[in-house]
Design a protein around this ligand. Structure first.
Ligand code: TRH
Length: 385
């Protein structure tokens, strides 16, 4: 008789945007697909989930996708008996677990392993906090913090088995790339053209950068997902409420508004572009694995916490670059995040694009030695308390 696979419950509260569900979905499908675990993913916003996974039906309370049981997390939470509690309980980004579920956890004869998967940061304090226990007042439970990160002593980064091989194969296959572009209604990349993906928070001061791009020496094709920034760029060129399929621009610049792509297809976009603007956490990590030059915009937070995150990452990322390349990269990334001076720093950044491509590959190799986050998490949860 075979032993049933351990059960894991992952709780995802969608606060904003797509990063919360994006990361939880990767976590869940990798745990199920690569580690053979029984995974239930509790999500409080199935409509957001559907944007990155079209298989999801927001009307279903229970459904299955890619080997994961997806549950709509509603309030009040259904009654839970201790027997319903999984062996491992993950709350992502410290979302508050339902009271009924917590009580059931506390009533289990063998307490579940409870882990909070935290936000990604390159800051120095992260390695010191990774793995720390937090006894829960009034409950016979301890939760542990699991921090993703860029250095040994952290949980590493999400990276599926075979991802890098798939990326290499795609980047070496002109026909696969042409088919990908055709599927999006775009022509294959032309000699000399720069194709750039632009996934970013809305930017009120993008006009000078667009103007600079219009005057590029080479054709520039910018691919922007539908959303606030696409609408703003569309409005700048006289297209009201720009949505998927709209094209606008002037001079050397053509901007195409793309539909929001299913997560794996978004990877293909990052692999196929010569430069990627990314934001938040998950698209940022995917762009790092893409091995192409990138520009990162951390999620904006109160009290400028995102500025510390940006500086900490720049400090690590620029360490292997020459002084001029590092300065040009810092200038553009900081300008982009301040929404000031992007046009002035664009040419300086672009001049070092070849060096950034080499660096991106080296960085990618350096990150691979940390082991992937999901495997690290499985080992972490298997350790006796
Ligand atoms: O959407 P985000 O800004 O998410 C943010 C951050 O994660 C932040 O840390 C979090 O606290 C905040 O949300 C609430 O950016 P992020 O992290 O890159 O997530 C976007 C997800 O959307 C990612 O999984 C990639 C996916 N995606 C697609 O699947 N298709 C697409 O076409 C695009 C553009 C993105």
């Amino acid at each position: 008789m075979s032993v049933p696979a351990p059960r894991w419950d992952i709780f995802c509260s969608v606060v904003d945007n797509f990063g919360d569900i994006g990361i939880c979905w990767r976590l869940a499908r990798q745990l199920a697909g690569e580690h053979g675990l029984q995974v239930r993913l509790w999500v409080d916003d199935l409509a957001s989930f559907r944007r990155i996974n079209p298989e999801i039906d927001p009307a279903q309370a229970v459904q299955y996708s890619r080997g994961v049981e997806v549950r709509h997390w509603t309030a009040p939470f259904p009654a839970v008996a201790p027997g319903d509690v999984a062996e491992v309980v993950i709350d992502t980004f410290a979302c508050t677990l339902p009271e009924a579920y917590l009580r059931a956890m506390a009533a289990c004869a063998e307490r579940p392993r409870w882990v909070t998967v935290e936000h990604l940061s390159a800051e120095d304090w992260v390695a010191g906090c990774h793995g720390l226990p937090s006894p829960q007042p009034g409950l016979p439970l301890t939760r542990h913090f699991f921090f993703p990160g860029f250095v040994p002593g952290t949980g590493g980064l999400l990276c599926e088995h075979g991802l890098l091989e798939a990326r290499h194969a795609f980047q070496a296959d002109a026909a696969a790339q042409a088919a990908f572009w055709a599927d999006l209604g775009l022509p294959p990349g032309r000699e000399g053209e720069l194709r750039l993906s632009l996934f970013a928070y809305d930017c009120a001061h993008i006009a000078p950068l667009l103007h600079r791009w219009e005057h590029s020496a080479r054709p520039l094709r910018v691919l922007v997902p539908e959303g606030a920034l696409a609408r703003r760029i569309g409005a700048h060129y006289g297209v009201a409420e720009a949505g998927a399929g709209d094209v606008c621009g002037a001079g050397a610049l053509a901007v195409h508004v793309l539909p929001f792509l299913e997560q794996d297809r978004y990877d293909h976009l990052l692999w196929a572009c010569g430069l990627n603007f990314v934001r938040g956490e998950d698209s940022f990590v995917r762009a790092l694995w893409a091995g192409r030059p990138l520009v990162w915009q951390p999620y904006r937070q109160d009290e400028d916490a995102h500025t510390d995150k940006l500086d900490a990452f720049l400090h690590r990322y620029c360490a292997g670059l020459g002084a001029r390349e590092a300065a040009a990269l810092r200038d553009l990334w900081q300008a982009w995040n301040r929404e000031q001076g992007m046009a002035e720093h664009w040419d300086g950044f672009l001049a070092h694009r070849a060096a950034y491509a080499v660096h991106a590959e080296l960085w990618r190799r350096q990150m691979s030695v940390l082991g992937d986050l999901v495997t690290n998490l499985v080992f972490f949860c298997a350790k006796p308390l």
